[in-house]
Design a protein around this ligand. Structure first.
Ligand code: C5P
Ligand code: MG
Length: 206
């Protein structure tokens, strides 16, 4: 089976997940699997909850990218995988795993997926979602307070101490590896339609 791997990168709150959802809907007939870099956040059983809340989750070292690369390689070779499950509320990896079958289209997303050479070399098409920092912060506050068990104060402190500096050091510079840059990601319906057309021709040419 010929596998097409689509990478979706961009800062926190940029609209990556919304874009992934649009692509999933568009390629469901081709059989699509999604893998988030977030699933591969490293576990820290040696630390207390309090200590885990203070870690830098926006540095490339926060992820077990090696495991993700191995999983994508396996799926490309028609071998099923089981990916870890991560809880943003617990700041921890959960005991369960999720099985993923090989499929024709694999969508990979995450803030730092273009920063890692081995990871980006696996991708057939790399899309960077570009959204202004103020919009991303506003979305992040709403999301993390509603869905990730955070206080507004903790979201803003984390943004200033780690999220923003790491974005500037690692995420933004990785934009240069993108094949396409989409302002506002999944919310940009014109760009999404163009992207879907292009991926279709890419799949057809394989
Ligand atoms: O969905 P999104 O791309 O925003 O997810 C990545 C973000 O998750 C990172 O910016 C990181 O700060 C955050 N994160 C967190 N707590 C964790 C793990 C990741 O706030 N335990
Ligand atoms: Mg997301």
């Amino acid at each position: 089976m010929d596998v097409t791997i689509i990478g979706v990168a961009g800062g926190t709150g940029s609209g990556k997940s919304t874009l992934v959802k649009r692509l999933q809907e568009a390629f469901k007939d081709d059989d699509v699997a999604t893998l988030c870099h977030d699933y591969y956040y490293k576990a820290h059983p040696e630390l207390t909850y309090e200590e885990r809340t203070k870690l830098n989750y926006d540095h490339p070292q926060a992820f077990d990218t090696h495991m993700m690369v191995e999983h994508i390689r396996a799926l490309k070779n028609n071998v099923p995988i089981s990916h870890p499950v991560y809880s943003f509320v617990e700041h921890d990896r959960l005991p369960e795993t999720v099985a993923v079958k090989p499929s024709k289209v694999i969508i990979v997303d995450g803030i730092l997926i273009f920063e890692n050479k081995a990871l980006r070399e696996l991708m057939d098409i790399k899309v960077y979602v570009d959204t202004d920092a103020d919009v991303r912060l506003a979305r992040r506050i709403l999301r993390d307070v509603c869905e990730r068990g955070r206080t507004m104060e903790s979201v803003i402190n984390q943004y200033i101490t780690t999220v923003k500096p790491m974005h500037e050091e690692f995420v933004e510079p990785s934009k240069k590896y993108a094949d396409v840059i989409i302002p506002e990601g999944g919310f940009n319906s014109v760009a999404v339609a163009m992207l879907i057309q292009n991926i279709r021709s890419l799949i057809a040419a394989k």
